[in-house]
Design a protein around this ligand. Structure first.
Ligand code: MET
Length: 302
């Protein structure tokens, strides 16, 4: 394959039929988003939000791009802004992985850290403050930009329909900004209203009403209900412990040869729980957002 830019490698990732035997003969399929060039599902978002900003005239030739992120969205944005030579400032709570922070800098972005205890809300506030003090700046703001769910509605979701070519009984995925979950859910339910949409969060995220507290599962978990959830019907919310997520991270490496991050582990743990409750021969589709290789400094296989 001859390409002219890594941006051509975004999307069209493989969907794997996981070789996990489920007693009722259901299958779990996982979209392997670590095969995007920036290593995560958020490359789609970076490309889509920056293009939307350019198309709408909000981004011009010398606009400074500023965004709060746990890292993957920042890597996706930095990949996109590099193509357009746009200066980029990414605001990241310091708790997020060393590797993701290194990769954002490697792509040419400037990194500003915010205190871990202020969470993603602290990074959002700081990004807005920097933008207010920066001439010709633009904050894509993944947490409320309609281009976020749209990125997944127009790319990942249609790919799932083509990849599987069978009815999808349940779609199960984590939520951080909620854009991936909302965009894919909207598309899949338009195609087949019987598809169940199940959102996954770590313990310490607030969707199931539990108290907010820190968790090791990275990139998913919310401090406020994503505004995109107003546009979709969610059939179930599953809360997965860090222990259960990391157990599946290890199992996927050992039994399937798959290096996945903790949000993928949580997605599989949730899929296995749901599989027991569905009719025989169900098709469960989930998303594995990124690779374990960007979390090795956290000793996730110990
Ligand atoms: N996964 C998104 C990001 O990388 C949102 C994270 S919010 C915990 O920025």
């Amino acid at each position: 394959m001859l390409i002219k830019s890594v941006s051509q490698l975004i999307g069209h990732t493989p969907l794997i039929d996981l070789q996990i035997t489920i007693p009722n003969n259901s299958h779990i399929y996982a979209k392997l988003e670590m095969f995007n060039p920036g290593g995560s599902v958020k490359d789609r978002l970076g490309q889509f939000m920056i293009q939307a900003g350019i198309d709408s005239g909000k981004i011009t030739a010398d606009t400074t791009i500023i965004e709060p992120t746990a890292g993957n969205t920042g890597i996706g944005i930095a990949l996109a802004t590099q193509q357009h030579h746009l200066p980029t400032i990414l605001v990241v709570p310091e708790k997020f992985s060393f590797e993701k922070q290194q990769l954002m800098k490697a792509l040419g972005a400037r990194l500003i850290n915010t205190p871990s205890e202020l969470g993603i809300k602290g990074a959002i506030k700081k990004a807005n403050e920097i933008a207010a003090a920066t001439d010709n700046s633009y904050v894509p703001m993944q947490f409320k930009n309609p281009a976020n769910p749209a990125a997944y509605y127009h790319t990942l979701a249609p790919e799932l329909i083509v990849d599987l070519d069978e009815p999808i009984t349940a779609f199960i995925a984590g939520a951080g900004s909620g854009g991936t979950f909302a965009g894919v859910t909207k598309y899949l339910k338009e195609q087949d209203p019987t598809t169940k949409a199940i959102v996954v969060e770590p313990e310490g995220s607030i969707l199931n009403g539990g108290p907010a507290h820190p968790h090791r599962t990275e990139g998913i978990g919310v401090e406020f209900v994503p505004p995109f959830f107003k546009d979709i019907t969610i059939d179930q919310t599953l809360t997965i412990s860090d222990a259960d997520a990391f157990k599946q991270v290890k199992a996927l490496a050992r039994t399937q040869g798959l290096f996945v991050g903790s949000s993928s582990g949580a997605a599989l743990a949730a899929s296995l729980k749901v599989a027991e409750t569905l009719p025989p021969n169900s098709n469960i589709v989930t998303i594995f957002p990124d690779s374990s290789e960007r979390y090795l400094s956290e000793n996730i296989y110990d």
